[in-house]
Design a protein around this ligand. Structure first.
Ligand code: AMP
Length: 549
């Protein structure tokens, strides 16, 4: 069996899986239903079976209580997505079923095990959301090599597809539930993220809502219906609204047949009306785009090209607004597939690096082969992939770590006292390039009391780029306990280091300067939004016994 590695675009409304085939081309693998994308909808059909994809999406109409859509919007924010059969299901577990559907279908179609993957997430995802995404992969039984941002993946696919000179591009990514704007420098074999911004509550779904509202209003005036749609009529209306919206991308006007409470009406919606009722939504995305351009300009960059990603960029209003505003004709890049294909290219590069790294470590004898975790890692990266990145035109065998330079997507702060007032002190600032793949900042603090055994650090994550901001518990990421030696006097110097790794996940470490010893730090996320290693293992074992269709 040939060894391939995969890129997965785990989308809010649709998901997609791709790999680099033996000719070096990034290729999407269709699902069992024969489509290139799979609706990110999960229907709990029985205690031993879940249905994912188009069938689940259709089941939502008849079985809404047992169906979860838009689970991505809950990642890292909640530990509850649905209660099925008396059991709370986490967003990670629900997402794991989507991942399993993609992996199992792809595995059958190309007759290769789907194990090693890179999963994408929106650029604005913070530590909790990224960790949740990674855990979803683990629960699905996958080896998540890395989590990368969707626009980085799209640009990698775009940048690697051809040999080209350097330019500054803006990626406007409007998906089903989220909006992301990212500005980067790209050239052959090079991607440097300059800045990114987004709105995680703005996506195709909001356009659907606007159409639903319009159709419902028209239906009521045509039929004298009181507007009290039951759950089933509501789901039906949602499906029809989305379909009408999609048809309006290629037609000027579409008819919609609606039924509710035994009443029937044929309602027509034109593209002009659609554009009018969704104008404020489009404007919100343009405002974010303006803000990102301002950041890039402040760093001396001028936008050369605009790239459209995400299914919702098929709406003609998007191109029209961008041309009017910026005078640049955007390029449309395979809206459904670009992210998964870019992730597949990245996955191959990242996998190659791991194989090489572990091979060197084992050969030089610097690792202990009796150590269980070392053994596990070595086994994961023993087999070489069937294809090499040398086969990808724009990459020419360059190391992936040298190709992609990402930027921080959030700011990370510590609670400190400034002249007696509690403030959040930003250690890591948003939109700073991570030259060596990660960024590390160290600051020195003093212990408060004699013989303190632990120091509790409160960590905040936000979009603020100032050095200090007022404490706001909404931005709490978690607390971090530093275990102190226990015999230090008050005011003993302690160094705290924040490291944001290349996946955008924050790690905190400390150093006791008196003994110059590393201090163990444990991060605890707020209110159970992040699963512990043990929780992940339990969820993995439990969900294994559930069949995914
Ligand atoms: P993505 O998350 O990138 O797969 O985007 C999914 C979103 O794109 C959903 O809201 C879809 O309704 C929307 N979409 C897909 N095709 C079209 C189309 N032809 N016109 C408008 N929106 C579309």
């Amino acid at each position: 069996m040939a060894k391939y590695v995969f890129g997965i675009d785990l989308g809010t409304t649709y998901s997609c899986i791709a790999y680099v085939d033996e000719t070096g081309r990034a290729t999407v693998v269709n699902n069992q239903e024969g489509t290139n994308t799979t609706p990110s909808v999960v229907n709990f059909a029985s205690p031993s079976q879940v249905v994912v994809g188009q069938v689940a999406k259709e089941n939502a109409v008849i079985d809404p209580q047992n169906t979860v859509a838009l689970v991505k919007t809950l990642m890292g924010k909640s530990n509850f997505a649905i209660n099925y059969n008396g059991e709370d299901k986490s967003p990670e577990e629900v997402s794991a079923y989507i991942l399993r559907k993609l992996a199992e279908d792809a595995s059958k179609l190309i007759d290769s095990e789907v194990k090693d993957v890179v999963i994408t997430c929106p650029a604005y995802f913070g530590t909790a959301e990224r960790t949740a995404t990674k855990n979803a992969g683990e629960i699905a039984g996958l080896n998540v090599i890395e989590i990368i941002s969707e626009p980085t993946a799209a640009a990698l696919y775009y940048g690697c597809a051809k040999e080209q000179g350097e330019k500054t591009i803006l990626v406007y990514d409007l998906g089903g539930g989220t909006f992301d704007v990212t500005i980067m420098r790209i050239g052959a074999g090079k991607i440097e993220v300059i800045c990114s911004d987004g709105n995680h509550e703005l996506g195709g779904k909001n356009w659907d809502d606007a159409v639903m509202q319009y159709l419902a209003g028209e239906f009521c005036s045509e039929t004298d219906f009181d507007g009290d749609f039951d759950e089933y009529a509501q789901q039906d209306l949602r499906l029809k609204a989305e379909k009408a919206k999609q048809q309006l991308s290629s037609r000027e006007e579409v008819p919609v047949m609606l039924d509710a409470a035994g009443l029937r009406a044929r309602i027509s919606i034109s593209r002009t009306t659609f554009d009018e009722i969704t104008q404020t939504l489009l404007n919100e995305s343009i405002e974010k785009t303006d803000a990102a351009i301002a950041v890039a300009e402040s760093k001396g960059y001028k936008i050369d090209e605009i790239l459209l990603v995400g299914g919702s960029t098929r709406m003609p209003q998007v191109t029209k607004a961008l041309v009017e505003k910026y005078g640049i004709e955007p390029k449309i890049l395979e809206p459904d597939e670009a992210v998964a294909k870019g992730a597949a290219i990245y996955a191959l590069g990242a996998y190659e690096l791991k194989v090489e790294e572990w091979k060197e470590k084992v050969e030089s004898g610097e690792v202990d082969m009796n150590d269980e975790t070392v053994k596990e890692e070595v086994e994961k990266y023993q087999e070489e992939a069937a294809v090499s990145t040398v086969a990808i035109p724009g990459l020419r065998g360059q190391k992936m770590s040298e190709v992609v330079t990402v930027a921080t997507t959030k700011s990370y702060a510590l609670k400190v006292l400034v002249e007696g007032i509690e403030k959040c002190c930003n250690m890591i600032i948003k939109n700073v390039q991570m030259e060596n793949g990660s960024v590390s900042v160290t600051k020195q603090f003093g212990t408060a009391d004699d013989n303190q055994e632990t120091a509790e650090l409160v960590v905040y994550e936000s979009d603020f780029d100032s050095e200090y901001y007022d404490v706001d518990e909404d931005f709490t990421l978690g607390t971090c306990s530093l275990e102190l030696p226990g015999n230090l006097p008050a005011g003993a110097p302690i160094q705290v280091t924040f490291t944001l790794n290349n996946e955008g996940i924050l790690e905190v470490t400390g150093r006791d300067m008196t003994t110059n010893k590393e201090i163990h730090a444990t991060m605890q996320a707020t209110a159970g939004t992040t699963m512990s290693k043990e929780d992940v293992a339990v969820a993995k074992a439990k969900s294994k016994n559930i069949a995914v269709e």
